[in-house]
Design a binder for this molecule. Structure first.
Ligand code: ADP
Ligand code: ADP
Length: 231
């Protein structure tokens, strides 16, 4: 079964805006899948539904062939879904380690064991080739390093599905190449990656498959090798 299947997902916001209409596609496990479309196409809404932040008004999500209710407590954490937000979710005055363990269950007595937390950050950063100083003050790091922290945070809870929302917007071209290498490594490690972009061209060298949304509807789905150059 695919890692994720979107099954006739629709979303109408409370103000009447139809953000998604009957969107269906699936993402095979351990692949890198791009979701493209212009601003307003519905990409973020779809990812918020997968992350459990918005409820669909129609349709269902399937994970590994099982239907799931996304509107349940700690949905993303329980199902191993991590998200790298376009505007980072990090607290600049806290250390890298503190940011990564935020949101985890605290240890006995409500205290988090700092040494264990730091060791976990070092293990994750070694395993995924995302080198950062676990003791650095997050807000003093260059933006590309802060993004690594954001990625480590998203990976820190037995994550199997990683969503990245326009992650290249804040990066220089060499930093984009570095990010893409790390994402290929992650997919080699068995993580399924959903990569949101408004530029189809930028995902050509990264993603194996792409879904194109237009005005809330599926405009196309293809292997990238089959997408014509002028699209
Ligand atoms: P994209 O990520 O592709 O730019 P969005 O999912 O952010 O698209 O937006 C899809 C549509 O839904 C747009 O028309 C947007 O204005 C609208 N929209 C997004 N969030 C909300 C919201 N919370 N309330 C009402 N409308 C929204
Ligand atoms: P939901 O109520 O969100 O549909 P389920 O009742 O299907 O969730 O899942 C119950 C528990 O099983 C969850 O706490 C979760 O840890 C685990 N689980 C369900 N589906 C998966 C999955 N695809 N991968 C890993 N764990 C899962």
């Amino acid at each position: 079964a695919p890692a994720v299947a979107f099954d006739r997902i629709s979303k109408t916001y409370a103000n009447g805006t139809v953000a998604l209409r009957d969107v269906s596609f699936s993402v095979p496990a351990r692949t890198i899948h791009a979701i493209c479309g212009e601003n307003g196409a519905g990409k973020s809404t779809l990812m918020k539904i997968l992350f459990g932040l918005e409820e669909p008004t129609g349709g269902r999500i399937w994970l590994d062939g099982r239907p799931v209710s996304t509107a349940t407590r700690d949905f993303a954490g329980r199902h191993g879904i991590g998200m790298v937000h376009q505007h980072f979710s990090l607290i600049p005055t806290l250390s890298v380690t503190e940011n990564i363990i935020l949101g985890h269950e605290p240890g006995k007595g409500g205290l988090i064991d700092r040494a264990a937390a730091r060791a976990r950050v070092e293990m994750l950063s070694r395993r995924y080739g995302l080198a950062v100083d676990p003791d650095a003050v997050t807000g003093r790091l260059p933006v590309a390093a802060q993004q690594k922290v954001e990625i480590l945070k998203a990976l820190s809870r037995d994550t199997r599905i990683l969503i990245l929302d326009e992650p290249t917007a804040v990066l220089s071209p060499p930093e984009i190449n570095e990010l893409f290498s790390r994402l290929r490594d992650l997919s080699q490690h068995g993580i399924t990656i959903l990569f949101i972009s408004h530029k189809l061209n930028e995902v050509r060298s990264l993603a194996e498959t792409v879904t194109v949304l237009r005005a809330g509807q599926l405009a196309g789905a293809a292997r990238l090798a089959d997408v014509p150059d002028n699209m």
